[in-house]
Ligand binder design. Structure first.
Ligand code: CTP
Length: 412
């Protein structure tokens, strides 16, 4: 079988050196990679490096090897085009169909999935011009990965860092695995996923918590990004590093989670409540550590109800046509309890997990039945959490309405 053909576009930013690592990951995992740098990119990493690492010729303009018509052929033959780093200038050219070098010509002729991994200073990323270009590219079906937050060139820190090359590689792998036919079916959509488990503090050192690992929520966030969505991941106490390409909001308690979900849901097409939210919290919080007292029984802990976020966002949809997905962990009468919960919560889809042997919190695998409000039930066999995540998106996509409002927020 032929190796999958990947075009690695490199535009002129300091993060170009990190693309060498991405190139190495791609070639070592059996991809035939053709590197197409811009002229500016060669100021950072020379053609000899790209050529040696890829084993393929490298040129920046359309005038080399003209008999092979490279400005058309390279894009036409590609199974995936990934541009890393993508500068503000490159995003602008791609959004406007400008074709003034080999890479921009390739972007116009490619009919395969295209992934952009932007890297630039925070001001440039947040500028409305860049945000509108990103929204345009996403609406057309490109996967634009959210930049990471961290140290930028010089002393600056902020949003705009190129995500870790391993993470970009993982997104490329997922996009390639889905193939051109499936396409980025969440392109232009804003997806909100909550993950992890809330912790309800008793005093400065103790809390009531649960054993949710957050892995299922992370799998949902990663797969949605690879299907082209703009993703907001609301994370509670997972301890896991932020996944590449998504916006992450960190919260601790159910009340904080509710606030973050309501804020993000305001312009979301989909909200998935994968987090394990504590149903109760201590009625009072002790400012100082609660001490044991000799000869005295411990005082009982009084609890109060937490808001039910899933029921609330299902009842009052922030946008018409918004799809809301819940999760339920059951030990007995799994389906009957699940059907009842779907009705009570009022969501569109409910992913029902049976918890028990082999199906413990923290595992890499899951088995579930996805119940839909229209009565359909989709069993998902025991397998990786990513596979369950893909099935959830497969069921969400046909339930989405049109993209009338687009995806043009400027919050970065
Ligand atoms: N959920 C929520 N707000 C809460 C509690 C739960 O949004 N205060 C959401 C969870 O994110 C999940 C679903 O509701 O999507 C789980 O519902 P829940 O009724 O808590 O299920 P269980 O934990 O299985 O609780 P029980 O069986 O006690 O009803």
């Amino acid at each position: 079988m032929d190796k999958p053909k990947v075009v690695l576009g490199v535009s002129g930013g300091i993060a170009a050196y990190k693309a060498c690592e991405l190139l190495r990951r791609l070639t070592e995992s059996g991809h035939d990679v053709r590197v197409v740098p811009t002229g500016a990119a060669l100021h950072f990493v020379g053609a000899a490096t790209w050529s040696a690492l890829s084993g393929n010729p490298v040129s920046t303009e359309v005038w080399s090897d003209v008999h092979e018509v490279p400005h058309v052929r390279i894009g036409q033959r590609a199974d995936l085009v990934v541009v890393a780093p993508a500068t503000a200038d490159m995003l602008a050219k791609a959004a406007h169909g400008i074709a003034d070098d080999l890479l921009t010509n390739t972007l116009l002729t490619a009919r395969c999935p295209v992934v952009f991994a932007p890297a630039m200073h925070t001001e440039m990323w947040e500028h409305p011009a860049t945000q509108e270009n990103v929204a345009t590219l996403r609406r057309r079906g490109a996967v634009v990965i959210e930049p990471a937050v961290g140290r930028l060139t010089g002393a600056d820190t902020g949003k705009g860092r190129l995500p870790d090359p391993d993470e970009i590689f993982e997104i490329c792998r997922r996009v390639l695995a889905r193939g051109s036919a499936a396409g980025p079916d969440l392109a232009g959509r804003h997806v909100v996923v909550s993950a992890g488990g809330t912790r309800e503090p008793l005093d400065p050192v103790r809390y009531l918590g649960n054993r949710s690992s957050g892995k299922q929520g992370y799998a949902l966030a990663r797969t949605a990004a690879a299907r082209g969505a703009r993703v907001t991941l609301i994370e509670a106490n997972t301890g896991m590093p932020d996944p590449a390409g998504v916006d992450v909001v960190h919260v601790g308690t159910a009340v904080q989670l509710r606030e973050a979900v309501l804020k993000a849901a305001a312009d979301a097409d989909v909200v998935v409540m994968a987090a394990a939210v504590a149903d109760f919290r201590p009625a009072s919080y002790a400012e100082g550590k609660i001490k044991k007292k000799d000869g005295q029984e411990p005082a009982p802990i009084a609890l109060v109800r937490n808001p039910d976020i899933l029921a609330e966002i299902s009842a009052e949809r922030a946008r018409p046509g918004q799809v809301v997905v819940g999760f339920a962990a059951e030990t007995d009468d799994v389906l009957a309890n699940g059907r009842d919960k779907l009705r009570r919560k009022g969501c569109d889809l409910l992913v029902v997990n049976e918890v028990g042997e082999r199906k413990t919190f923290g595992s890499e695998e899951n088995e579930a039945v996805v119940l839909a409000a229209d009565g359909t039930e989709t069993p998902v066999p025991y397998g990786p959490k990513e596979a369950l995540a893909e099935t959830v998106w497969d069921l969400v996509v046909p339930r989405l309405g049109g993209t009338d409002t687009g995806d043009s927020d400027t919050s970065g």
